[in-house]
Design a protein around this ligand. Structure first.
Ligand code: HEC
Length: 203
């Protein structure tokens, strides 16, 4: 009986220890790193804090590029973006809600060479935009399918960023179900223990 109890306790603590990331988290982690490496030079996601993202996506705090309490600002914030691009690149925290994920996917795959433009590229969805094709090196390196997958992870990260509570409620739901499952086992064990030799009733 004692051994069963310990095993149950061990099972209950396992998910709390964050011993492994879910497949969803691994894809969102990839999206996060693509964002940090390729987008954050110009765009912030200022309504997100690194620590929140690290917790949700199961990233070790010491791997973060900034302190956990910091907002995800761009190094371009407060600098002369206007002089370089004619405008401040927009914050992307909520962009997935504004544009939708399909639009973002098409947008990031929609760059094409156009020598008439300042950066030599144009975009099918935002003609004449002031953003260079920053993923061009990645696109040149990868097959079309792999590039699409990398963009999908990035877009899913932006979708998570726009609705972080969804990720949270999914985790909470899983935790509650697990707790109920384990609780049921213990309740059953307890009941069995109690009723081993039922007290002689008055009947
Ligand atoms: C070198 C700076 C720079 C980098 C790096 C950069 N962008 Fe941009 N981005 C801009 C600028 C400037 C605009 C505004 C373009 C315009 O409106 O003409 C923009 C616009 C956008 C828009 C359109 C927003 C809208 O709804 O109008 C999206 C989406 C976007 N960027 C996503 C990204 C993503 C994702 C990355 C990383 C893969 C990225 N950007 C990297 C400069 C940058």
């Amino acid at each position: 009986m004692k051994r069963v109890l310990f095993f149950g306790l061990f099972l209950a603590v396992l998910p709390l220890s964050g011993w492994s990331s879910t497949p969803d988290q691994i894809r969102l982690q990839a999206g996060f790193w693509t964002f940090v490496q390729y987008c954050q030079g110009c765009h912030s996601t200022r309504y997100q804090r690194y620590g929140q993202v690290a917790g949700d996506l199961d990233i070790a705090p010491e791997q973060l590029p900034a302190r956990p309490g910091d907002r995800m600002l761009s190094s371009l914030d407060g600098q002369d973006a206007r002089a370089w691009f004619g405008l401040q690149p927009p914050d992307l925290t909520l962009i997935a809600r504004v544009r939708g994920t399909d639009w973002l996917q098409d947008f990031l795959q929609g760059f094409y060479a156009d020598p008439a433009r300042p950066f030599g590229v144009n975009n099918r969805l935002l003609p004449g935009l002031a953003m260079p094709h920053v993923l061009a090196p990645l696109q040149a390196q990868l097959s079309a399918a792999d590039y699409a997958a990398r963009v999908r992870d990035l877009v899913d990260f932006l979708a998570y960023s726009a609705a972080p509570f969804r990720q949270e409620s999914r985790q909470l739901g899983a935790g509650v179900l697990l707790f109920l499952g384990i609780f049921t086992v213990f309740a059953w064990l307890l009941k069995r223990e109690y009723w081993k030799d039922p007290p002689a009733g008055p009947h």
